[in-house]
Write a protein that binds this ligand. Structure first.
Ligand SMILES: *Cc1c(COP(=O)(O)O)cnc(C)c1O
Length: 426
């Protein structure tokens, strides 16, 4: 493993990193094979839909008849095996895209059943969980009833409790594929398939809704292929390939995507308006690049897991575990460990390398949070980023990395910082 002497890494650390990298070979090969499969899936969708340079032309104002916008939707629909898709730079984040979809589909007195415990933190104030956001126009304010099936003691899907909850025939079965800031494992497509199967047996009319953030292109199959009805994600994560400047996507059954489009713009108008303002090329290029960029992120996660496991830290997923998203957890055990890990990532990131992240109070969290993100696109988490709440067991959540080679160097630097801080001895 070549290391530029500028970085002044500890010799033993370089040796440990080289050994870890050697052990990753089989996992890398498997990830490369998945990338190859997904890249051709994307290419095929581009060819089938005759993507052309003219589709990159900017529209302004209402954006009527923006051919690029229509073709981009069709490309996403083909990639994800959807009847329809809605891909827009003016869905501003993953949370916004999820909000558009939830409000688009749910009506007063409908039951939304979350099947893997509580959804991602930012959705508390959207759904109105625990009275959060009351009066701000949450789903609860509009009479949508939220229920959840908690995980088992082993933090797996509680299929028994799920079967019982499904007897009430909820309008929506809500599945979050990625762990988010949770300790549970992310849901593989196989597990999502099982959830769909149980749902179809007991409550066939329920809409199976999947938060696909961080998940796209990590496996060969996507949730719609195993029977989910609708998927939602962010373009500053996997599907934007590090190229889309912002945005979100929704894909699935035609009638559901149509309802989402009415909520995004206006009933009766839906996806027919929305100027692309010159963002089409970034979004086309992003989805084209995505399988390879996701591979880089997955390789970064595998390497981090192997390297830190060898250094004696508990990691999830484990180095050889099957992956379904790009998130890697390392349990740092001490506040200093968590902070120094994040600082090490920031210090060898391409942007703002000179900045040292500090823990701070963030809305929605009951403890301070530290975040490292030396990214080209602000807040992009398909680019290498690491963060975590400053509370026991001081777990760092790391994801992204658009170039494995450089991301691995930043990860080695995080351990170098631990050595300097006296947290790690080699
Ligand atoms: C990131 C994420 C979200 C929210 O996306 P933002 O772009 O941060 O609003 C929702 N769900 C999951 C699982 C995520 O990883």
């Amino acid at each position: 493993m070549y290391i530029n002497p500028d970085f002044q890494f500890n010799e033993n650390l370089i040796k440990a990193a080289s050994e870890a990298l050697d052990k990753c070979k089989a996992q890398f090969e498997e990830a490369e094979e998945i990338c190859n499969y997904n890249a051709q899936k994307v290419l095929s969708a581009f060819v089938k839909n005759k993507v052309s340079e003219s589709h990159f032309a900017a529209t302004t104002g209402y954006g009527y008849s923006d051919r690029g916008r229509e073709v981009l939707d069709a490309v996403y629909a083909d990639i994800f095996k959807a009847e329809s898709a809605l891909v827009r730079h003016f869905m501003l984040s993953g949370t916004h895209a999820l909000t558009v979809a939830l409000f688009g589909i749910l009506r007063p007195n409908d039951v939304m059943l979350s099947v893997v415990g509580k959804p991602y933190d930012t959705l508390d104030g959207v759904i109105g969980i625990g009275g959060k956001g009351k009066g701000e126009g949450t789903l609860a304010d509009f009479g949508v009833i939220y229920k959840q099936v908690d995980l088992t003691a082993e933090e797996t899907v509680d299929f028994k409790a799920l079967a019982k909850a499904l007897e009430e025939k909820p309008k929506m079965v809500y599945i979050q594929r990625s762990r988010g800031y949770d300790t549970r494992a992310s849901l593989t497509i196989d597990v999502i398939e099982q959830i769909v199967k149980v749902t179809r047996e007991i409550s066939p009319e329920s809409i199976v809704f999947v938060d696909n953030c961080y998940g796209a292109f990590v496996e060969k199959r996507e949730p719609l292929e195993v029977g989910a009805d609708i998927i939602i994600g962010s373009l500053i994560k996997n599907c934007g390939g590090g190229e889309a400047l912002c945005g979100g996507y929704i894909a699935g059954k035609h009638e559901l995507v149509e309802l989402c489009s009415y909520r995004l713009t206006c009933p009766g108008i839906g996806g027919e308006i929305g100027a692309s303002l010159g963002q089409n090329m970034n979004m086309f290029k992003g989805i084209y690049m995505a399988p390879k960029i996701v591979l880089e992120a997955v390789k970064t996660a595998i390497f981090t897991s192997q390297f830190y496991t060898d250094l004696g830290y508990a990691c999830s997923p484990k180095p050889n575990e099957k992956r379904t998203d790009i998130v890697q957890q390392v349990i740092m055990n001490t506040p200093v460990g968590l902070i120094e890990f994040c600082r090490g990532i920031q210090e060898l990131s391409p942007i703002d390398s000179y900045a040292a992240p500090e823990p701070y109070d963030m809305p929605g969290y009951d403890s301070e949070v530290i975040m490292a993100a030396g990214t080209f696109i602000s807040g992009s988490s398909i680019e290498l980023s690491a963060d975590g709440p400053v509370r026991a067991p001081y777990t760092v959540y790391m994801q992204g990395g658009t170039q494995f080679d450089n991301s691995a160097i930043a990860v080695i630097n995080s351990a170098q910082k631990l050595i300097k801080a006296g947290e790690l001895r080699l």
